[in-house]
Ligand binder design. Structure first.
Ligand code: NAD
Ligand code: UDP
Length: 388
């Protein structure tokens, strides 16, 4: 007897669909592909320039999901196959982007083109062909908190009204134009407004996702091992790299900025709910984060040092962190988001979703993965004589 059909949140059977996933070979894409293939009947047209992070899903004759994922090596900047693939699917999910802060101030043009111009055809093809779109934006569209502009000793800084980030009421506050850090947030904000406009004027069925620091295995790269030696990935990979090399973790401008970190597997649960509950997700902008996992970057460094020592069995360095200026680390034009706590009202109400994993637990599983995957390779790289 066939298994009973899975039901959506309103008790309706979920029909298998074809999903065109752009940027499927990246960090989030690889976890989303796994989730869809392992737990649903949906098919994936996986588009990306790279496929290293989803190779385990593509290769092998006996994979149980064989035939449900098809990889297309496509650069969406210039490939005429894009519209055809969007037309073949019921839903398009766009993850493709340049999204590492080290690029925002040093490659502002590539950043703006990638996050705005290159996303335009995707929105247009979805709108013209009446296809649903789930577009990945960022929590960075909120920019700085209102509270950060108050005097340091103002008691209002403790009032959540001045720092909690809410989809439908918080303003988007960016720095001046010469602070090119904001090239990314600004491009993402404009594409959000365009998608919203397509919904309002042309009836596009859309959902916008604003991820708040999703972290876990396969995020970014370890410089000199599976990415460029001089590359600067996001903070999880920067700190992992230092721990693997037994070097101090670099704290930019004292590591005073605050972030809330969410385990990738919790966040992917929310995305699957959006995919399978269009009536509840269409027309919505969703914060997806874990408001309970807030730390300063300095605290993150301390916890990661402790967890890594447990995982690797190596004693931490006597001086585990060093301070660096943002100018030295990222170059001219860097700026920072001071604090990012997501309001969860809308996602709770629409999708009945809540994150589960504590910061300690998510770092424990992630650093166990980093150690198993990279420790030997890093040792080999470090043993090689450097060319002078
Ligand atoms: P990622 O860099 O790991 O993945 C992006 C993927 O898109 C990469 O595999 C890349 O090759 C692909 N891509 C980029 N340009 C492309 C092009 N022109 N054609 C085809 N493929 C292209 O990043 P991620 O962390 O998986 O992020 C995915 C999305 O989520 C991005 O839009 C990002 O802005 C957003 N986001 C992520 C986070 C997070 O916490 N990870 C936070 C905020 C926003
Ligand atoms: N950061 C740091 N040391 C590093 C890398 C990043 O102190 O080696 C800081 C960075 O300045 C920012 C925070 O960590 O305040 C998070 O950086 P990430 O690159 O993950 O992206 P963001 O959250 O800013 O989008």
């Amino acid at each position: 007897m066939a298994a009973p059909a899975k039901l959506d949140l309103d008790g309706r059977p979920i029909k298998p669909m074809t999903i065109c996933m752009i940027g499927a070979g990246g960090f989030i894409g690889s976890h989303l592909c796994e989730k869809i293939l392992w737990e649903t009947e949906h098919k994936i047209l996986a588009l990306d320039v790279y496929n290293d992070k989803i190779k385990h899903l593509l290769e092998g004759e006996s994979l149980p999901w064989k035939g449900r994922i098809q990889f297309h090596r496509i650069n969406i900047k210039h490939d005429s196959r894009l519209e055809g693939l969007i037309k073949m699917a019921d839903l398009t999910i766009n993850l493709a982007a340049i999204c590492t802060p080290a690029d925002y101030n040093t490659r502002p043009l590539d950043t703006i083109y990638s996050n705005f111009i290159d996303a335009l055809p995707v929105v247009k093809y979805c709108s013209e062909n009446n296809k649903r779109l789930i577009h990945f934006s960022t929590c960075e569209v909120y920019g700085k908190t209102i509270g950060s502009f108050l005097p340091k000793d103002s008691p209002l800084r403790q009032d959540p009204a001045y720092y909690i980030l809410k989809e439908d009421t918080s303003p988007c506050i960016f720095g001046s134009i010469e602070k090119q850090r904001w090239s990314y947030a600004c491009a993402k904000q404009l594409i959000e407004r365009l998608i919203y406009g397509e919904g309002a004027e042309n009836g596009l069925e859309f959902t916008i996702v604003r991820p708040f620091n999703w972290i876990g295995p396969r995020m970014d790269f370890i410089p000199g091992v599976d990415g460029p030696s001089e590359g600067v990935p996001r903070v999880l990979a920067c700190f992992s790299n230092a721990l693997l090399r037994h070097e101090p973790l670099k704290l930019v401008d004292g590591g005073q900025s605050q972030r809330t970190f969410i385990y990738i597997k919790d966040a992917i649960e929310a995305v699957l709910l959006m995919i399978e509950n269009p009536a509840r997700a269409n027309g919505q902008i969703f914060n997806v984060g874990n408001p309970h996992n807030e730390v300063t970057v300095r605290q993150l460094a301390e916890i990661m040092t402790e967890v890594y020592s447990k995982v690797s069995g190596e004693a931490p360095l006597e001086v585990p962190t060093i301070d660096v200026s943002s100018k030295e680390f990222y170059g001219e034009g860097y700026d920072d988001s001071d604090k990012r706590i997501p309001d969860m009202t809308i996602i709770n109400r629409q999708l009945e979703w809540n994150p589960k994993t504590s910061l300690w637990d998510l770092l424990d599983s992630t650093l166990t993965y980093q150690h198993k995957t990279y420790a030997e390779a890093v040792k080999k790289v470090m043993a090689k004589p450097t060319s002078s």
